[in-house]
Design a protein around this ligand. Structure first.
Ligand code: SF4
Ligand code: SF4
Length: 463
């Protein structure tokens, strides 16, 4: 049965009280955050709503330290793959909404192979399948066929090793099928936890049912999918309300399934064909968006945070320091977009991307900024999902796993897709970071594996 664990009045009271909180109580919350203690809802509401520049700087400082301590310099790279833009819903913020007239399509398996081949040539190992909602044009069987086709594909050294899926809320039975097909994370954005605004921006279609959407992760978990990724579309409602909603949703899942969000995505409303951005009164500016990102990082330190190519390069850099652990690179946000881009064809994206550089230049710049781009997909392949993943993350042992995997996959990427300059950068990062692998035998094994990758005598290593 669908139920709501989002208590609107409770969140509104928290945010209202936070507005009147004095500096002393905020200092207590900041001290708790500094010491890595878990924060109460009241603490989080206080951090979200503060406008005191000194406090905000302190929030950034704490978030940056947490990011460094738990995730080091690693940034996981992925690409979205849009397979169908048929949609029966009328979401006012989305270019794929049913009322927007444009030529819709769904990839044939041959077209899908072509898209995947291009993504593999870019070096991607981790995809997120994206599709609009249409039982007629895009039933779950079609998504299952896509997954099977992609996992079967290998092109030169290219290979997709993890497929995350971002499709509409569906039945427990369909989630069982997705689980059986071997998906990584099931991603679904709540868009907003403010039920009133939810109802205004979802004019018609199955997605209009707030509770059906809200309880989708319960059905997914009941079907055995223990890696779920949440998110909201910042800019629809009061962003502070939505952050509190995300936290309550996460707590609900932790309590019921012992496994909360594996990731939280932080997309921000932006322009798209077929929608008018000026009709949205709650758009979020860069400063607020940065603060929100930092507060989420502090509130749920072990949950990965995903940023899309919607954001401009300069802001992305800052957010990577403060909390983001996964980014897309070289993305297209439309069906057949990678193939169209190769042929310079006119396009109809779901939303406009602000960072249109190629994957390799984004990845290269990440290294220039001191990050380690990671193509790791190990946890899914090792069965480290749900509460198994969380206990590893919370024990701190994850560093002995993520860092070697990041360095080995970066080495593989640099050998397969990099030029000399790129390889030199990757080698310099590896030389510097290898000593941060705390476990001596894992460090030694990593060095041996990297040598094998460089000499071409081995590949696809992970721990
Ligand atoms: Fe369809 Fe999703 Fe776009 Fe809504 S947000 S119109 S469900 S594709
Ligand atoms: Fe992610 Fe697991 Fe790889 Fe770490 S080891 S980057 S948590 S897949």
């Amino acid at each position: 049965m669908s139920t709501s664990f989002i208590n609107r009045q409770y969140i509104e009271n928290l945010l209202e009280d936070a507005k009147h909180a004095d500096d002393a109580s905020l200092a207590v919350s900041l001290e708790k955050a500094q010491q890595g203690k878990s924060l109460s809802h009241k603490d989080v509401a206080g951090l979200l709503t503060t406008e005191n520049p000194e406090h905000i700087e302190e929030i950034y400082d704490i978030a940056g330290k947490i990011k460094k301590r738990i995730y080091g310099s690693r940034i996981v790279i992925f690409a979205p793959l849009y397979v169908s833009d048929y949609c029966v819903n009328r979401c006012t913020y989305c270019s794929f909404n049913h009322n927007h007239k444009f030529k819709r399509s769904r990839l044939t398996m041959d077209e899908l192979r072509q898209e995947v081949k291009i993504l593999e040539m870019m070096g991607h190992k981790r995809l997120a399948i994206e599709a609009g909602e249409s039982n007629e044009e895009c039933p779950v069987e079609y998504i299952l066929e896509c997954i099977k086709t992609i996992y079967e594909m290998k092109f030169d050294n290219g290979e997709i090793r993890r497929i995350n899926v971002n499709i509409a809320a569906t039945t427990e039975e369909n989630y069982r099928k997705l689980k059986k097909a071997g998906i990584g994370t099931y991603i679904l954005f709540q868009e907003t936890y403010d039920e009133h605004i939810y109802s205004q921006v979802h004019i018609a279609g199955p997605k209009k049912d707030f509770l059906w959407h809200l309880n989708a992760f319960d059905r997914a978990q009941d079907a055995g999918i223990d890696d779920v990724g949440g998110g909201v579309l910042f800019g629809l409602a009061n962003p502070y309300f939505d952050v509190m909603g995300l936290l309550l949703h996460n707590e609900h899942l932790e309590k019921k399934y012992n496994s909360g969000f594996h990731t939280i995505s932080v997309p921000r409303l932006c322009s798209a064909p077929g929608m008018n951005i000026e009709s949205f009164p709650n758009l979020v500016d860069d400063e607020t968006f940065t603060k929100i990102t930092a507060v989420i990082r502090i509130a749920v330190p072990f949950t990965g945070m995903i940023l899309s190519t919607r954001e401009k390069s300069a802001l992305r850099k800052k957010l990577l320091q403060l909390g983001i652990s996964q980014v897309s690179a070289g993305s297209s946000t439309e069906v057949g977009g990678y193939t169209k881009r190769q042929h310079n064809e006119k396009t109809n994206p779901q939303f406009l991307v602000n960072d249109e550089r190629s994957a390799v230049s984004i990845i290269s710049e990440l290294m220039d900024d001191g990050f380690i781009p990671s193509f790791c997909t190990a946890c899914y392949r090792e069965g480290r999902t749900g509460d198994r993943f969380m206990s590893l993350a919370k024990s701190g042992e994850i560093g002995n796993v993520c860092l070697p995997n990041a360095l080995m996959t970066l080495c593989e990427y640099s050998m397969d897709y990099g030029d000399d300059t790129f390889r030199q950068k990757a080698a310099a990062i590896t030389e510097k970071e290898i000593f941060n692998i705390a476990n001596g035998s894992i460090r030694q094994k990593t060095i041996e594996n990297i040598t094998k990758i460089q000499s071409g005598s081995g590949r696809d290593f992970y721990v």
